[in-house]
Design a protein around this ligand. Structure first.
Ligand code: C5P
Length: 242
């Protein structure tokens, strides 16, 4: 795994899965220990880029998780615009295909350079962690094993020049082995033993996910919906040190 010296605190990305800038700011202020926040579709669609400025003003790292999936020209335009915000990570769907994946890398860099911002890293979703093997086969009609399909999507992303994958921790070991140590692995679907799974299907504990090769863990509800979110965050950091 790249960068073993990263602290547990820096490995945890907490999603701002709320509907307004005000709620997002309250959450950021409530857990000052969090250094890396994820801004996803709900917040960005409902309140726009103000939250990105707020996070940057507070020296936070930003994962802009808008999971772009469209034709290459449209994805490139979206990634060029996203690059201007100076975010650290941007997501696209690997299933958008090779041409789109190649187009987004260049475009995100152009956007960042034009706005004098640091270059973002592009990562691609392999298979959503809410998809079960059964729904992959029966609903999406994909005739591959889920782990094999996730690997194929990671290899496609790697060939196109992206920096890493978003994957279930269940696939982290396979992707780490096949994609190498420099390939970033960002894993949602992580659940401490004391938290509820919710709609996540393929979960693993934080400690096991890191041992399997994850670089970053995206952990939302176990922290954000805890009675004491700062305490839940601290508890997960402690579990990673033990
Ligand atoms: O609350 P929970 O820990 O399930 O939140 C996980 C976060 O990671 C959500 O914001 C979700 O959109 C995101 N995510 C995911 N599966 C992916 C990619 C992103 O759950 N494959």
């Amino acid at each position: 795994m790249p960068n073993r010296s990263v602290t547990p605190q820096e490995r945890l990305i907490v999603p701002l899965d709320v509907a307004s800038f005000r709620e997002a700011r309250t959450l950021v202020d409530k857990i000052p220990q969090v250094t890396f926040w994820k801004v996803g579709l709900e917040l960005f669609v409902s309140s726009g880029p103000d939250i990105l400025s707020y996070l940057k003003d507070n020296d936070k790292r930003i994962f802009l998780d808008l999971k772009f999936h469209d034709i290459p020209n449209t994805m490139a335009g979206a990634c060029r615009a996203a690059g201007r915000y100076g975010v650290d990570l941007i997501t696209v769907h690997a299933t958008a295909g090779a041409d789109a994946l190649q187009a987004v890398c260049e475009a995100a860099q152009e956007g960042a350079v034009a706005a004098s911002q640091t270059l973002p890293q592009l990562i691609a979703v392999t298979v959503l962690t809410s998809i079960s093997p059964r729904s992959l086969a029966l609903d999406l009609k994909i005739p591959l094993e889920l782990s094999d399909y996730a690997l194929q999507m990671a290899l496609l992303s790697q060939q196109a020049g992206l920096a890493g994958s978003v994957c279930s921790p269940q696939e982290a070991e396979l992707l780490r082995r096949c994609c190498g140590n420099d390939w970033l692995l960002v894993c949602p679907g992580v659940r401490p033993t004391w938290a509820q799974k919710g709609d996540q299907q393929r979960t693993m504990t934080p400690k096991h996910a890191i041992a399997a090769g994850a670089d970053y863990l995206v952990i939302g509800r176990p922290i954000t919906q805890a009675q004491d979110p700062a305490e839940a965050f601290r508890r997960i950091c402690d579990e990673l040190i033990e």
